[in-house]
Design a protein around this ligand. Sequence first.
Ligand code: HEC
Length: 118
Amino acid sequence: MKFVSVFSVLVVALLLMGFSMAGLPKPTEQHAKQVQQQFPGITVQQLNQGMELYKTHCKGCHFVKNPTRYSEAVWKQQVPAMVSRINKKGKKYISPEQSSLILNYVLVMGPYAKLSAN
Ligand code: HEC
């Protein structure tokens, strides 16, 4: 009996982790193509780098937030604010280049993806 309850807690924990990761939209060539006007020369590799950085740095204090959840204005304000908060803590350092890779990822996969879907 004890084994069953420990096991089910483990399964639920793994499922929750899985969902919070699986929830993040994955960039494709199509996404990169759609935003050439807003982000000239942007590549799917850069979007993927942004996603990885986002997954690494933007969880822990809260679950990683889906890019579709906030408007362009909120992301443009929150990403730099969160980055400087993390950098102030001094444990990890996020460079300005990494910060803009994160911002581009959430904008392209969130507010911008929504716009082009219409
Ligand atoms: C050191 C802990 C910490 C880390 C790491 C962190 N955040 Fe946050 N974040 C918070 C807290 C606390 C809040 C709650 C609202 C507040 O205090 O601004 C928050 C809120 C937010 C919000 C919601 C703001 C709103 O208006 O609802 C966004 C968006 C956000 N974070 C994005 C990010 C991004 C992007 C990263 C990675 C660069 C990140 N966070 C990493 C602590 C963190």
